[in-house]
Structures are given as C-alpha cells and as structure tokens.
Design a protein. Structure first.
Lengths: 180, 180
C-alpha cells in the first residue's frame, strides 16, 4: 500500500474525531493534531492546557517564528512517520492546507453534517464545559467566528466530501472507500 | 543527606560549566540548565537551537506568559526530581530565582574569575562560532550588555562565591565545600 496522508476537516461536531478514531482502530492509522505541539509546549512549561493558553501560544509562535509554524511541525512529524496511513485531524486554515498539500500522498477529507445534527451531537458530548447548556442560537453564532468561517472555505478545496448525516455505519463505509 | 539544590551564576566563561560537570561526576548531581525549557520547546517545533532562536523564544515567552514563566518551569522540574544533588546552571537575572529560591535546600552560588582569565578560557574553548575570533576589546564590550550586567547583580544576592582564578584543584575543593 502506498502512503496515504489524510487531512480531516469539518465544522464543529461534524464527526472528525469519530472518523479519526475509526481509521486508527480499523487501519492502524497514526494521528496528528494541530494542537499536539501546543499541548506539549504547555506541558513543558507546566502551564494549564486551557483553550486560552493554547490559543495564545499559537498566536505568538506564528507571529514570531512563522505563520505556518504549526503546519511545519506536522509536516516534519508526518514526514518521518513510516506508517502507511496517517491522519491529520483539525486542519482549520487555508494556508495550512496549501502547506500540507505538498506532502506526497496528501488528501483532504471534509466531513459534512447539517447544523441541526451537529447541534444535537455537541450537546450530547459536552467536550467543553459550556457545551451542554448551549442553545441552538448560541451554537449558530459560534459559526460566525473567523476560525469557523475559514473551515467552510476548506470544503471547496477538499479532495473528498464525507456526508455524516447518517449512522456510524454510513460514515465508516465512506471512510473505507477513501482508504481503498 | 537532605536535598541540595545549587543554582550557578557567573559571567561568561567564569567556570560554571566546569563546576556542574564536577558535581555531576563526583556527586552524581543532576544538572539542569535554564535554557533546557527553551531548547525542548525549539525541539518540539523543529526549530534550530541557535542563540538567536533561543533568545527570541525567551523574550516572547516572558512577554506573553510572564517574566517568571521560565523560572517557574525549571522550579517545577527541580521540585519533582528526587536526586539528592541538583544543579541549575545559567541563572542570568534575579527573576530566574524567584521560585527556585523558595525550595528548601536551594543556594545560589556565584562563580567568579577575572576578565583576563575568562577571556583566555573563552578563546580556548570556542563554544560559539564567533567566540573564536573575538578580540579582548569585543569581549569587554559584551559585558556592557543588559544580560551580562544583570548576571553580575546576582553576586549580591548569592549565598556563596567561588573564586575561580586558580587551578582546577582549587575550584574543585571549593565545589566540595558546597556539598558538605
């Protein structure tokens, strides 16, 4: 099998984590997240891994070293990974994609689900402390943030779009297709 | 024996490295450097560990996470280390010691040597590329920099001063005195 590097993107609660987990379990994929390096740094500094600290780290590192610094880190980590299937979860910005596209074997998968479905899921999982109590209106407003707006742009640049309005089985079948 | 934590300060080429190495070999000391945290972060980011990058990273961390952020990180590392003799090499400014000095068993040791002696040594070791070609005048000028100025201030708050104008035996005997 040739090396496949799959970037996974999609809006909040679209199913990126579920897709990544499936690929890891079924195909032994290794996975990388944009936040991994930031979390490692926070740990090294004994800083709390709060959203605020991670965001701040990301901003100051990009401002002072290189706007693409986190893509560069992932690029190098992925380049030296011998695994046949590598998943890069949480690609959010267009420049990140431009950068990662230069990796041989890279493809971008956009996971798509209706806003109502995603709202249902985000309430259920409660990953962030305020997720459980979020109203649908608040959830809609979250989509206006810069980071989320950029994600929609990524849909046009995706090599494949995965529809995740159905069941787990539907999702898994589409992922199997991508890997074949 | 209770835990001994020795913070080493002193001007360029005064013999801090020689003292740490001696304590490491003779007493099994675990040696930390103030730059360890920064070096680890650069490693995580796959950025080259040169003096410019270290200094850039150091300022952005201090600006964004507090002047004492690096001092806090090293103090945490030292706190959880069970070794009986610990050396923290390369304190440069009083803030570096803010958290370390609160740990029981900590003492700050200032290693001292005349400028001519230190110049001789720095030429001999050629640690940094540009040190080899430095004239005595350049070397003297380096001492006017803020960082070196602050390093000298640590002498006033040190718990012990080691005179390193003599030979190595002389230095080692004084280092032994720190442990007993």
């Amino acid at each position: 099998m040739e090396k496949t590097i799959l970037g996974i993107t999609g809006e909040m609660a679209a199913g990126k984590g579920t897709a990544t987990e499936y690929l890891m379990k079924k195909y032994g994929a290794t996975s990388y997240r944009f936040s991994t390096a930031l979390r490692d740094i926070a740990k090294r500094m004994y800083l709390k891994e709060s959203r605020e600290n991670l965001q701040k780290l990301s901003t100051v590192l990009r401002e002072n070293f290189d706007d693409n610094i986190l893509s560069m880190v992932i690029y190098k980590d992925v380049e030296s990974d011998e695994n046949d299937l590598i998943v890069i979860d949480g690609v959010r910005r267009v420049p990140d994609i431009e950068f990662l596209k230069t990796l041989p074997g890279f493809r971008l998968a956009y996971i798509d689900a209706d806003i109502e479905k995603r709202y249902e899921r985000i309430i259920k999982r409660g990953e962030n402390s305020d997720d459980n109590s979020k109203t649908f209106e608040e959830f809609k407003k979250d989509h206006q943030r810069e980071a989320e707006l950029q994600i929609k742009d990524l849909k046009n640049r995706a090599d494949v779009i995965v529809d995740n309005n159905g069941s787990f089985e539907d999702l898994y079948k589409q992922l199997d297709e991508i890997i074949k | 024996m209770s835990k001994i934590i020795i913070g080493l300060a002193g001007e360029m080429a005064s013999g801090k490295g020689t003292v740490s190495k001696y304590l490491e070999e003779k007493y099994g000391a675990k040696v930390y450097r103030f730059s360890d945290t920064l070096r680890n972060i650069l490693d995580i980011l796959h950025i080259e560990c040169n003096r410019a990058n270290l200094s850039n990273l150091s300022s952005i961390i201090r600006q964004n996470f507090g002047e004492d952020a690096i001092s806090k990180a090293i103090a945490e590392s030292v706190k959880i280390d069970n070794n009986e003799v610990l050396v923290v090499d390369g304190a440069r400014r009083p803030e570096d010691l803010k958290y370390l000095s609160e740990i029981v068993g900590f003492k700050l040791v200032f290693v001292e040597a005349d400028m001519e002696k230190r110049y001789e040594r720095i030429v001999k070791r050629g640690e940094n590329m540009d040190d080899n070609i430095k004239t005595f005048e350049d070397f003297k000028k380096d001492h006017k920099r803020e960082a070196e100025f602050q390093a000298r201030e640590l002498r006033n708050i040190s718990d012990a001063v080691i005179d390193n104008n003599g030979d190595q035996e002389n230095l080692y005997r004084q280092a032994d005195g720190l442990i007993k």
